[in-house]
Design a protein around this ligand. Structure first.
Ligand code: SAH
Length: 280
């Protein structure tokens, strides 16, 4: 934190024996909330997941103990129960604990499970929401989650069920037919299967699809394609990635503000209906 940054004095104190379950956002430290920054400044113990950006970890107090709780990409990962037990033990030791998770702790982040374990153990906690990758990460690719001209609904889907396969409990046909925009987390590995189910369910193979990798980090990559071609592209990319399917993707050439910072010329009116907007 720079010395010129003064947090409001009304922000809460992180008391010993408490756990704050904090969302770190998708990457860019500027997307942290003031509550997150305030928690990091006070914590003596930070338990963080693999997806949390190093620039955010650097905002913790210099003498805080930094505990890495998560591994990714097929490597062994500590059991969820072990992480919860660790949080409980740290709190019982009187530590001031920030449990830092990528994005939002309650969006495909198992934050609810950890919070329930804290409740069971009688540990007091606070939840600090974060900007989820499926919204903030897309915004960094110039793709809005909703747009008046394209969709009045959006669905967040995980491509990775408890068994590691494409979730079976989902009605893919209903998703294909009912949701104009689908935002998929953890979907890179199973894009072939997901695409097949959506197209069988009635989705057009030509539908615009974007794969946004390491969104809002220094390694952000965006691939724009069609639903049918997405699996082949997915094979060439590295996680983490958000996949977005729907007409909102067509707005990227106009709204790629990050690209514009480095010289990309933005296209006006990619949907071709500005006159409608003015009329409406
Ligand atoms: N709680 C997180 C999601 C955790 S699940 C959130 O709210 O964002 C992990 C998945 O999130 C990844 O597989 C990927 O689909 C997505 N994700 C997280 N950070 C990302 C990033 N910076 N860029 C792209 N996808 C990201």
């Amino acid at each position: 934190m720079t010395s010129s940054l003064v947090l409001p004095s009304s922000l809460p104190v992180l008391e010993p024996g408490w756990v704050w379950l904090v969302g770190a956002g998708p990457g860019d430290p500027g997307l942290l909330t003031l509550h997150a920054l305030n928690g990091l400044a006070q914590a003596d113990t930070v338990v963080y997941d693999a997806l949390v950006d190093d620039r955010i970890l650097a905002l913790a107090a210099p003498d805080a103990e930094m505990i890495h709780a998560g591994k990714r990409g097929g490597k062994p990962s500590p059991k969820q129960r072990a992480i919860s037990n660790r949080l409980v033990d740290l709190a019982r030791d009187g530590r001031k604990v920030v449990r830092l998770k990528g994005g939002d702790p309650f969006v495909f982040g198992r934050g609810g499970e950890e919070a329930l374990d804290l409740v069971d153990a009688g540990i007091p906690f606070r939840v600090v929401p974060g900007i989820t990758a499926g919204i903030g990460g897309l915004a960094y690719a110039g793709i809005p989650a909703t747009h008046r001209d394209t969709n009045s609904a959006v669905t967040f889907v995980t491509g990775h069920g408890v068994t590691g396969d494409v979730p079976d409990g989902l009605n893919w046909q209903a998703l294909a037919q009912g949701s104009p925009v689908l935002i998929l987390y953890m979907a890179l590995k199973h894009m072939g299967e997901i695409t097949r189910r959506l197209i069988e369910g009635g989705r057009s193979p030509h539908e615009p699809t974007a794969l946004v990798c390491s969104a809002a980090t220094e390694n952000q990559r965006v691939a724009v394609t069609t639903l049918a071609d997405a699996p082949a592209i997915a094979e060439t990319l590295d996680p983490p990635a958000i996949v977005v399917i729907g007409d909102v993707v067509r707005l990227r050439p106009a709204l790629n503000w990050l690209g514009a910072l480095t010289g990309t010329v933005l296209e006006a009116d990619p949907l071709g209906n500005r006159s409608d907007r003015e009329a409406g």
